[in-house]
Design a protein around this ligand. Structure first.
Ligand SMILES: [Zn+2]
Ligand SMILES: [Zn+2]
Length: 184
């Protein structure tokens, strides 16, 4: 199949390192790159087929990892960041120079994803990020131009890769959230 799901899974999924504890992300500017440090292991990593998440060129899905909000720090050139849409529930902080989405944050404490920031691990040189384990908004890739036949093929391929498939939002996060509340 010539269509790219995402480079992280296109040639098979390599498992992440069990002792992975975080890494730095950089935007794609040549100079004065925005740097974001993640100082904890991600809660999970997944693929998203929605049209709003940042994705590398040619990929139909974005790769999105959830990290605890308190463990993400903008460590360099944060002045280049702006919120793409301040009215959105998930606020995407993007580099105004290169357009890369550095992290997305939920500010509404009632939102089921509150407490997590969302990042794109391929912006990091660190090795060992956890591998994606499920795919969300799979049906939405038609909005990115995929034909129904391509969607059917993609579903099959995602299944072969062992990824759980959801046509809506990520259920794991909702679960994580309820676990987190119980411990508060
Ligand atoms: Zn940039
Ligand atoms: Zn998305």
């Amino acid at each position: 199949m010539s269509v790219s799901i995402h480079p992280v899974v296109d040639s098979g999924i390599a498992p992440g390192r069990s002792d992975f504890s975080g890494g730095k992300l950089h935007c794609r500017c040549r100079n004065q790159r925005v740097e974001v440090g993640v100082n904890a292991p991600p809660a999970h990593n997944h693929l998203c087929g929605c049209t709003r998440c940042w994705k590398p060129e040619g990929a139909l899905f974005s790769q999105v990892a959830a990290v605890p909000r308190g463990d993400l720090v903008v460590s360099a050139n944060g002045v280049k960041l702006k919120v793409l849409d301040v009215s959105a529930a998930i606020q995407r902080h993007i580099c105004t120079a290169c357009g890369v989405h550095m992290y997305a944050r939920v500010e509404d404490e009632q939102h089921p994803f509150f407490g997590f920031d969302f990042i794109h691990p391929e912006l990091s040189d660190a090795e060992g990020w956890p591998e994606p384990t499920f795919a969300t908004f799979v049906a939405s890739i038609v909005e990115s131009g995929a034909s129904p036949a391509e969607v059917a093929k993609l579903r099959k391929r995602l299944e072969e890769l062992g990824l759980e498939i959801y046509d809506g939002p990520p259920p794991a996060l909702t679960e994580l959230h309820s676990q987190r509340r119980e411990t508060l």
